[in-house]
Design a protein around this ligand. Structure first.
Ligand code: PHB
Ligand code: FE
Length: 335
């Protein structure tokens, strides 16, 4: 989308003479990186200066998802302090606002930005701070380091097109299947996944309507982690499978119910109240388990081995407002 130039203006410093990185300003927030850390600064409502520090690898992995997913559904917490909330035409950026202790202490700050402005700032920060050889979408064992002084860029890896089927992967004029030739070899963890395709015998005239593909084979060839793609779309029902390894780099705060189907291996989830961070549940999901995350929770997953997870999203653009008005439930079922 082309944004009006004045909405997409980015405030950045010249590169630091020693480290080589730019610093960025967005409203009252400052962002600076050094060899190991991202430093976030802001002023409280009564003018006190505050700062927060994140490991720069974790910061870039979270920033990558926020940028690639267009600020996602609801809240994207980079950690227990910093995060964004998608308001769908604008985005809230906050420090401490979803942290019960910081809110109580009055040291939190939330500012709202037009989406093109925060998007442009985040995109430029991601590009300037991601060095050659570091891929924020890759599993930690499959990428180089995020640390050190500025060393080139990795623009190709941070601008991957999001894989979104219109109807279904593999249909004519839709998202293509993954193959060696298209640069998608089978991942080391999925060497045993059969690559055969289902047999299809549509009646003449129905060749574009009757369809099937091997979802396990498709996922075995994912080059990234914690990055759901759309493999089938029926109205607002989005099937978003993904391969997971290590830690979901964000703590996702739902604004709707979301379903998880653990298709292989296992993921351990920490679930908490989305407004305060107060722990609510640990959910240990093994192959074959299903769970629904209520709209009031936030969650972060830990995948000890590369695993396959199906995320099922309700993409209705009115759902979030129906939930706010109490017309739609925050939970999938009441017992
Ligand atoms: C989620 O927040 O629900 C989520 C995000 C990315 C994934 C899996 C789950 O890869
Ligand atoms: Fe989620």
């Amino acid at each position: 989308m082309n944004a009006p130039a004045e909405l997409a203006q980015v405030v950045a410093s010249a590169p630091d003479e020693t480290l080589g990185y730019r610093s960025f300003t967005l409203g009252s927030f400052g962002f600076r990186r050094d060899e190991y850390f991202a430093h976030i600064t802001w002023k409280t409502r009564d003018g006190r200066p505050l700062s927060h520090t994140m490991d720069v690898g974790n910061f870039l992995r979270a920033l990558m998802r926020d940028v690639a997913w267009g600020f996602f559904y609801g809240g994207v917490n980079f950690d227990h302090v910093l995060g964004t909330v998608n308001k769908y035409e604008s985005v809230d950026l906050y420090a401490g606002s979803c942290n019960g202790t910081m809110k109580e202490a009055g040291v939190d700050l939330l500012e709202n930005f037009p989406t093109p402005q925060i998007r442009a700032t985040f995109e430029q920060m991601l590009d300037d701070w991601t060095n050659d050889g570091f891929d924020p979408f890759a599993a930690p064992q499959e990428t180089g380091t995020a640390y050190g002084r500025k060393n080139g860029n990795n623009t190709a890896r941070i601008t991957r097109a999001r894989e979104l089927a219109k109807r279904c992967v593999g249909l004519k004029d839709d998202l293509a299947l993954r193959t060696d030739e298209r640069g998608a070899p089978v991942n080391r963890a999925f060497a045993d996944v059969p690559q055969d395709m289902p047999e299809l015998h549509p009646e003449p005239g129905f060749e574009d309507q009757v369809h099937a593909f091997n979802l396990f084979a498709f996922l075995s060839r994912s080059q990234v982690t914690w990055n759901p793609s759309f493999t089938s779309v029926v109205k607002y029902s989005f099937m978003c499978p993904t391969t997971e390894e290590h830690i979901l780099p964000i703590i996702h705060a739902n604004d709707r119910v979301e379903w998880f189907f653990q298709m292989t291996d296992e993921i351990h989830w920490d679930c908490a109240d989305k407004n305060t961070g107060k722990p609510l549940a640990r959910v240990i999901m093994k192959a074959g388990d299903m769970a629904a995350m209520p709209a009031y929770c936030r969650h972060q997953g830990y995948s000890p081995k590369r695993s396959m997870l199906l995320v099922w999203e309700n993409g209705s653009p009115t759902l979030v407002y129906e939930i706010q008005k109490g017309e739609s439930p925050e939970v999938p079922v009441r017992f």
